[in-house]
Design a binder for this molecule. Structure first.
Ligand code: HEM
Length: 329
């Protein structure tokens, strides 16, 4: 089963279920990457976000960003390498597919030190809160002898781990994005910004469409060409209008959890935000510029810290580092 069908399969299982017992142990990223590659099938370059486009652009920080963080990316405009993707391991997935996320990976690359990378999705939460839970989620969906996942195994896992259905529920509640720059993306994890005076603020990163949301009904999405997202960006760039997303900080409070990417903060949707800057796309880049690298979510400039107590955050860069060594050419 390809990864993009996970969310769809999960959707069928939105059942009321008892809370899961605490998962005591964490998993190594290698078996997770391996099972993702098995689901994607042979010859797939990336087992997640397999379909995508590479662009170059610029990150232009706001003055408010500098007040919150001393990171060099908030002090001056910097070059950016940007990859938009459609989730799952199928490089031929239709851009209008439901049940898969849209991804935004970017590297903000100031001259000298301070390179900073983000790998975001169009949902505010992840489907697993620990590597062990992610492995369990994938194992539960491993095809049985008949080549199909066993619905009973998925049901049992989902009942014990109800939070693993929340991301699919979120995506199902939203329209299909009509543009890679017409949807919100979230950094999912809780980060801490530190400014020049040493003041620390917990935040979540969110990207908001510069030109407003672009939403499709399911029928409209089905009527679109298979690869309409790249064409949409091309049309926007040709129009000369700024094409991109605004980065905002969703402000945290002292009691907000930072260790669980499956949980929204209380009232997160309506929290105050601070404008951190603008990510603007300039032009299409050669695919190799993105395909020859990884975006490493733990690579952050001084002044931005990832969550030290979030086990999912910790294994992301190691997982991507394993994945690049196994990519098909
Ligand atoms: C927790 C939140 C996570 C988010 C928001 C997320 C999002 C993404 C996105 C957007 C991509 C496409 C990257 C690109 O454009 O180059 C990706 C790729 C991938 N993800 Fe994640 N991911 C998360 C966690 C994880 C974890 C915990 C693992 C495994 C332990 C994982 C394994 C992978 C792999 C193997 C790839 C392909 C990497 C490559 O070959 O470059 N992800 N992810």
């Amino acid at each position: 089963m390809r990864l993009e069908t996970f969310a769809a399969a999960s959707l069928a299982l939105l059942v009321a279920a008892p809370a899961a017992p605490a998962l005591a142990q964490d998993a190594d990223p290698a078996p997770i990457v391996e099972i993702m590659r098995t689901f994607a099938g042979p010859g797939v370059h990336r087992p997640s976000g397999a379909k995508g486009m590479c662009y170059v652009g610029q990150f232009m920080p706001s003055a408010a960003g500098r007040d919150l963080s001393k990171a060099v990316i908030f002090t001056r405009p910097s070059e950016a390498l940007i990859r938009f993707s459609v989730g799952g391991g199928n490089p031929a997935v239709a851009d209008g597919a439901r049940g898969v996320n849209r991804g935004l990976s970017f590297r903000i690359d100031p001259d000298g030190a301070g390179q900073t990378e983000f790998v975001m999705i169009n949902a505010p939460i992840n489907f697993a809160r620990s590597p062990a839970q992610m492995l369990g989620f994938l194992e539960a969906r491993r095809p049985a002898a008949n080549g199909q996942p066993d619905p009973e195994r998925i049901r049992v896992f989902s009942e014990a781990n109800p939070e693993t259905l929340a991301q699919a529920r979120f995506l199902a509640s939203r329209p299909i994005p009509g543009s890679w720059v017409g949807v919100n993306y979230w950094g999912v994890h809780a980060y801490t910004l530190t400014n020049a005076a040493g003041a620390r603020q917990v935040i979540k990163f969110r990207m908001d469409p510069l030109d407003g949301p672009s939403n499709l009904t399911d029928d409209e999405a089905r009527a679109r060409p298979r690869d309409f997202l790249a064409q949409d960006i091309a049309t926007r760039l040709a129009s000369g209008q700024p094409t991109g997303l605004r980065m905002v900080a969703v402000m945290g409070r002292p009691d907000d959890p930072t260790d669980d990417p499956t949980r929204l903060w209380a009232g997160e949707d309506t929290r105050p935000t601070i404008d951190l800057g603008t990510l603007v796309i300039r032009s299409v880049a050669e695919a190799q510029r993105c395909d020859g690298t990884i975006f490493a979510p733990t690579l952050l400039a001084d002044g931005i810290d990832g969550p030290a107590n979030d086990p999912m955050f910790a294994i992301r860069t190691p997982a991507y580092a394993i994945s690049i060594t196994k990519r098909a050419n």
